[in-house]
Design a protein around this ligand. Structure first.
Ligand SMILES: [Zn+2]
Length: 187
C-alpha cells in the first residue's frame, strides 16, 4: 500500500466512522422521542403505575396516536387488589352501579399489565368513537392485545400485554411474592 492509498483508506475510515456515529445519534434521537413523556400529565402519571416493562411501549403508542391526530388519555393503569375489591363492591355492597365483574386478582390491571385509553377531543372523552378500530389497530402494532377483539365482553378502551402468562400464573407469582419493587417478575 502506498502513501496515497493509506490516506484514502484513512479518509474512508473516518467517513465510515462519522456515518455510524450519525446513525447512532439519529437512532437515539428517534428512540428518545418515542419514549418521551406523552402530551397529557394524567396519562403520564398512570403510565408510571404500570409494569416498567411496558411503560415506554405505552408511551410510544400514545405518542404515535398523537402524531396521527388522535389524542389518547390513559384513564386507568395499575389497580391494586384493594382498589379492585372496592370497584367490585360498587353496585353490590356499595352504592352505585356495577362496573366490573372482576374481583381482586381477576383483572389484568391488578398485575400492572393493562391500561385503558380514550380519545380526548375538544376537552371531551369520546367513549363512542368512530376511531376505535383505528386505535385498536395502532395499539396492536405496539404488541398489545386489544379488549375490542374480545368475544364475551368487548372492552374497546382496554389494552394489555400478558407476556404469555395466564392470569392464574400471574396470580401465583403475586401470591408467592415473585415480585421486584412491587411488580411481577416476568421472564
Ligand atoms: Zn381495562
Amino acid at each position: 500500500m502506498n502513501k496515497k492509498e493509506k490516506v484514502m483508506l484513512g479518509i474512508s475510515g473516518t467517513a465510515l466512522g462519522i456515518g455510524l456515529l450519525t446513525m447512532i445519534i439519529y437512532r437515539k434521537t428517534i428512540m428518545a422521542k418515542i419514549e418521551s413523556a406523552v402530551w397529557d400529565i394524567h396519562s403520564e402519571r398512570r403510565i408510571n403505575t404500570l409494569h416498567p416493562k411496558i411503560r415506554n411501549r405505552v408511551r410510544a403508542f400514545i405518542n404515535e396516536a398523537e402524531r396521527q391526530g388522535i389524542k389518547l388519555r390513559v384513564t386507568s393503569g395499575y389497580r391494586t387488589w384493594d382498589e379492585q375489591t372496592r370497584l367490585y363492591n360498587q353496585g353490590r355492597t356499595l352504592p352505585g352501579s356495577i362496573v366490573t365483574n372482576a374481583e381482586a386478582g381477576e383483572s389484568w390491571h391488578n398485575y400492572a399489565l393493562a391500561f385503558d385509553v380514550v380519545e380526548i377531543k375538544n376537552g371531551r372523552a369520546l367513549w363512542n368513537n368512530a376511531n376505535w378500530s383505528k386505535i385498536g389497530k395502532l395499539g396492536k402494532s405496539f404488541r398489545f392485545s386489544w379488549g375490542g377483539d374480545w368475544r364475551s365482553f368487548v372492552d374497546k378502551p382496554h389494552f394489555q400485554d400478558d407476556f404469555g402468562y395466564s392470569m392464574a400464573a400471574l396470580r401465583q407469582k403475586y401470591l408467592s411474592n415473585q415480585m421486584t419493587n412491587g411488580y411481577i417478575d416476568l421472564a
